[in-house]
Design a protein around this ligand. Structure first.
Ligand code: ADP
Length: 750
């Protein structure tokens, strides 16, 4: 539908509120929601300060520019509160009256399960409240007839990630960023003093933050409500710490969720854990992270997902469903689900925990989640279980090589491979310096403690590199395989690594040494690897880009300026697209979408109109490095500078290698663990069954899957231009829809 048409529509009024505990990303959600609603032709109101504001009548109309420049802010700019009065019918009667005063019968609530339950209570009662208001003359009969129903859409804001039916809630990733940053900082002091730290993190009814933080940091212990420790936990923990010290472990981080309980359903807080350790001769320090976890700048992922949640809430309301629905993430896709069912399941899990039924609570989290609990239990060990004492026995030997350019998170994958393989009685040969080491024969047998602190490091601790083909390489590699007696090979890398593995598989006829199972694991900041919606390193790169854009935007003082920012990505627009979504860019140019000079000219005119019309100070264009062969970053900057007239000046920023480096993000560390676990498991199974296949692993619709190497032919070469639809192609439409007001878009386009 054209922008003009949408302007002419009057779809009624939507009100948006944030309620309950604040969460980073709420502002991005608000922006996504407000602008989607305006775009769809609704009148939009904000309810300030949650339900209390609704009762008090703190309602104001919002326009396009009211949500400018908020996507990068933590908290919520429209305020949130808790309201005892709203829990009473009398409070909700006032709320209904205030809504109807503005002809609002559609409400978006961004909040936790409490806030969403409140919204559902209001919806259920609404017809009765309307009748009462009409009977007392507080509203007209005509108003009562027009607004008999209240329609609700929700977006779950909860740093705990505790909503059943959604793999993501707003703020959970940013909270994890705060926690993992803190754990990395504590690690350096703990290392210096060889100290034990107990870190309490949020999560009254859900151990998500604690578990993920433990996996991401490489913690030595983790207490979560869904998996209470055995009766003798204090003795076990002390022994574990003491054994660790003997084995050379200098850092013992014990993560406790604030809702952790023992097997008898007694609360187990940081102080109790400390007391138990002190009684047994260990003197730990406690750090309670508290509200630090809630605050601060939202992560790139939170900004993207929250924006999309906001857009989804409007889709829900525009759909006119009488049942209240919330935006959720399932199978890596955003869609609606029933509010009451999701809240009921969440509450049931909470009640199960309260009554000490941790099994039911764990079951509610799902199999995949519980698998991560078990992986954490293995990874935190100080030695493999049932360590083999007979050195003469021939053990299965897996080689691991990291190939390609730096991608943060690779070390977590190698760490997982080493520990999971050793825990299964196999050995891991770490091949050094990437493909060069594979050719030169540089490798060593890894030990359990070697990757102990690797999670926080970017790059590859084994050493990586780009494969440069030379005559005789394969013969040299075959010789090394023979000498190393490899039973299987895991290649963690980018397309260069995949190509190298493909060569080895192809050379099997000539070199029988390659007749072993081989598995490729995707690691590339470009996120361009076949058969995977995610590759290790892309989330850190995205955060690096979004951080840089925040700084670039802040550098503008009084001048009106447009920035053209060039990102990496080769022929994949993922980084550019998500960076644009996360930073509220006006335009995003990617290799997947054909670009013409007319498109660019239209965009300049539109942007100039936007600057001309309002109090806009910055414009932002994200261009993938290969978006177009001729329309380069320089060209686009020159065109916007020239054709933008006096409306703005233009600066360009080519972000370059800063995108590749840096401390791995929590998502990259955790996904690396997940993918690597799957790789080891399948590798060991293949070896046990004598199947010498070639495979590549990917994350598809939230599931880890293993593809047969022959499937590779269905994918185009990621390092060559090929215009294709990607799973996130729709993001580009959202970026454009939320950037410039429809009436300005209409006036700018000719
Ligand atoms: P969260 O939304 O973060 O879970 P709360 O549980 O504190 O936070 O809920 C926020 C507000 O939502 C409460 O202060 C109250 O006004 C409202 N609310 C919560 N539960 C209900 C309910 N069952 N009925 C009516 N209002 C509720």
């Amino acid at each position: 539908m054209s922008a003009k048409k949408s302007m002419l529509r009057d779809r009624g009024a939507i009100a948006i509120m944030t309620s309950g505990g604040d969460a980073p990303g709420m502002n991005a959600c608000l922006r996504g929601c407000v602008r989607s609603a305006l775009e769809a032709g609704f009148k939009v109101f904000a309810i300030l300060e949650g339900y209390q504001g609704l009762i008090n009548g703190d309602i104001k109309e919002l326009h396009w520019d009211d949500v400018s420049n908020i996507i990068q802010l933590g908290g919520t700019v429209i305020g949130t509160a808790r309201s005892a009065e709203f829990r009473e019918r009398s409070g909700r009667l006032k709320a209904a009256r205030n809504l109807l005063e503005h002809n609002i019968d559609k409400l978006v609530v961004i909040g936790g399960d409490g806030s969403l339950s409140g919204a559902e209570a209001l919806r259920a009662e609404f017809p009765g409240l309307v009748d009462e208001l009409a009977a007392t003359g507080a509203i007209t009969q005509e108003c009562a007839a027009r607004h008999r129903e209240l329609f609700i859409a929700g977006a779950v804001g909860s740093i705990d990630n505790d909503m059943a039916g959604s793999d993501y809630t707003i703020g959970a990733d940013s909270a994890l960023h705060r926690i993992v940053d803190a754990l990395d900082a504590i690690t350096s002091t703990a290392y210096s003093h060889q100290r034990t730290f107990i870190i309490e993190v949020m999560g009254r009814n859900c151990g998500h933050l604690a578990l993920m933080a433990a996996l991401a940091s490489g913690a030595a212990g983790c207490f979560i409500p869904e998996a209470p420790p055995p009766e003798n936990w204090a003795d076990v923990l002390c022994e574990h710490i003491a054994d660790g010290v003997r084995a050379g472990r200098r850092v013992n981080l014990i993560i406790a969720a604030e809702g952790a309980r023992d097997i008898n359903n007694n609360k187990l807080d940081a102080q109790q854990i400390k007391n138990a350790l002190v009684q047994r001769g260990i003197d730990p320090r406690i750090t309670i992270l508290g509200h630090v976890q809630r605050g601060g700048v939202p992560s790139a992922y939170d900004r993207c997902m929250s924006t999309l949640f906001g857009a989804e809430t409007v889709k829900i309301l525009a759909g006119g469903s009488c049942e209240s629905q919330i935006a959720v993430l399932q199978q890596n896709r955003i869609g609606p689900t029933s509010l009451s069912q999701a809240v009921a399941k969440t509450r049931a899990a909470g009640q199960a925990l309260a009554s000490g039924d941790s099994h039911a609570a764990a079951a509610a989290r799902g199999d995949e989640w519980m698998r991560m609990v078990n992986i954490q239990k293995t990874l935190m060990r100080i030695a493999p279980p049932n360590e083999q004492t007979t050195p003469d026995t021939r053990r299965t030997r897996i080689g691991v090589v990291t190939a390609g350019r730096a991608a943060s998170g690779v070390n977590s994958a190698v760490r997982t491979i080493i520990r999971m393989a050793l825990a299964s009685g196999a050995e891991v040969l770490g091949i050094e310096e990437g493909p060069a080491g594979l050719i030169a024969g540089k490798a060593h047998l890894t030990g359990w403690m070697e990757p102990e602190l690797w999670n926080a490091f970017g790059g590859s601790r084994l050493g990586a590199g780009v494969y440069r083909e030379k005559h005789g390489d394969l013969t040299a590699i075959a010789g090394n395989f023979r000498r190393w007696q490899l039973d299987g090979l895991i290649v963690i890398g980018d397309w260069g690594g995949y190509k190298l593995m493909g060569k080895l598989l192809k050379a099997r006829k000539r070199h029988k040494e390659f007749d072993i199972p081989m598995i490729a694991l995707p690691a590339s900041i470009n996120n361009d690897l076949p058969g995977s919606e995610y590759s290790i390193g892309c989330d850190t790169a995205l955060n690096n880009i979004v951080d840089a854009i925040d700084k670039i935007r802040n550098s503008t003082d009084t001048a009106k300026r447009t920035y053209v920012v060039e990102t990496m990505g080769r022929y994949c627009g993922y980084l550019a697209c998500c960076a644009a979504l996360a930073s509220g860019a006006e335009y995003c140019y990617t290799p997947e979408k054909p670009l013409s000079l007319d498109d660019l000219r239209n965009d300049v005119r539109e942007l100039a109109a936007a600057f001309h019309a309002g109090n806009r100070h910055t414009g932002l264009i994200i261009r993938n490095e290969n978006a177009h062969d001729e329309y380069t970053t320089d060209f686009i900057a020159t065109l916007f500078e020239g054709d933008g007239g006096d409306e703005f000046d233009v600066r360009k920023a080519v972000l370059g290698p800063l995108q590749q480096g840096g401390t791995p993000s929590p998502i990259d560390r955790i996904q690396a663990v997940r993918l690597a676990y799957f790789a080891v498991r399948n590798m060991l199974e293949s070896i046990a069954m004598g199947v010498a296949g070639g495979y590549f692993i990917g994350s598809v619709k939230g599931e880890v899957v293993m593809h047969n190497w022959s499937q590779l032919r269905h994918y185009s070469d990621p390092w060559r231009r090929s215009v294709s639809k990607r799973w996130y192609s729709d993001y580009e439409k959202v970026i454009r829809r939320l950037a410039i007001a429809p009436e300005i878009r209409a006036s700018g386009r000719r």
